[in-house]
Ligand binder design. Structure first.
Ligand SMILES: NC(=O)CC[C@H](N)C(=O)O
Length: 321
């Protein structure tokens, strides 16, 4: 079925969804990373970027928070840009783990690959694959430049967050060395782990993340800057990865109730991708037990369901410009 929606309808649904969910309580800030435990839990925003470049921002959408696991999405895209989707599939994989994002058990269960670039193991592996090999500064530049192109503006490292994560990332150190044991780290182990930790510590806003999501939804062309960032063949690959594991052990429940492929980070940010239609981002620090923002989920789900934008309902949605 063809379904046409107007920009007015989108703005109204976003405002209603925001108003309905802004007083929700529940969840706690990520407490295992000291910096994140201290962020104001009342921050809340939703951002939408349409494929004509129009941006809708409601709430705290210019607050710069830790990108955390949302960074796994751009770095998976970067590896595909540099080496192609097939290499990513063969060296890392595209399966759900059904387990927490930092699971060591998931690696032991599937010792032939780290499952997906969107959990910690696969993301550390992805950082090891980024080119130029063996060059920490060159790899870091590639990671940051890629995010900058996807968002149309640069992320900024939150030094305090980087120090906080580096001082407490013992579980991730175990993951990195276990992957090394299975020959799934393709560069220096400590360098790969450090790049992963640093990319998680990048500060980003929900306004920026919505542009990133829209670039994915727009087959790799950033709708705000107009720049062709990646080959259109990458969009279905990254969106399928996001749909498969974006909310970790809650991914199925999320897709069932919202119908939108989305990826969370423990900083409280979430991106949602509606291919061919729009990119969405929401942000609120308190998390559920799987590490997904409670209010970001609520506002995004409310917005998508109001307009029946879920990808499984057979609607071919177009926005009237
Ligand atoms: N789910 C997340 O956002 C986790 C990211 C965090 N830096 C970690 O590695 O534990």
């Amino acid at each position: 079925m063809e379904k046409t929606i107007t920009i007015d309808q989108i703005e109204q649904a976003a405002q209603e969804a925001f108003d309905e969910t802004k007083s929700l309580s529940g969840g706690v800030n990520a407490h295992y990373i000291p910096y994140l435990a201290n962020i104001d839990p009342g921050l809340f925003g939703i951002s939408i970027t349409l494929l004509n470049g129009k941006c809708i921002n409601i709430g705290d959408t210019s607050y710069r928070f830790g990108i955390e696991s949302v960074s796994k999405v751009p770095t998976a895209i970067l590896v595909m840009r540099q080496q192609g989707p097939e290499v990513l599939l063969n060296k890392i994989g595209a399966d759900a783990t059904g387990l927490p994002f930092n699971s060591i058990f998931a690696i032991l269960l599937e010792n032939d690959h780290p499952s997906t670039p969107l959990v910690n193991a696969g993301a550390i592996s992805a950082c090891s694959m980024v080119l130029p090999a063996g060059d920490s500064a060159g790899k870091w530049k590639a990671i940051v430049d890629n995010i900058t192109e996807l968002c149309g503006s640069a992320p900024v490292l939150i030094e305090q967050l980087y120090e906080s994560e580096s001082a407490t990332n013992f579980n991730n150190r175990a993951i990195a060395w276990l992957l090394k044991n299975y020959n799934r780290i393709y560069d220096d182990v400590n360098m790969s782990l450090d790049l992963y930790t640093r990319q998680c510590s990048l500060g980003i806003t929900s306004a920026q993340l919505a542009v990133m999501a829209a670039t994915i939804a727009n087959n790799g062309v950033n709708p705000v800057s107009g720049k062709a960032v990646f080959d259109e063949a990458i969009t279905p690959k990254i969106t399928s990865l996001i749909a498969t594991v974006g909310f970790y052990e809650h991914t199925g429940d999320w897709l069932y109730t919202s119908g939108i492929p989305a990826k969370s980070g423990v900083g409280g940010g979430v991106i949602g991708v509606l291919p061919g239609v729009m990119g969405i981002s929401a942000f609120a620090p308190p998390l559920d037990e799987a590490g997904n923002s409670v209010k970001a989920q609520a506002v995004m789900k409310s917005f998508v369901n109001k307009l029946e934008l879920g990808i499984f309902n057979g609607n071919r949605v177009s926005v009237k410009y």
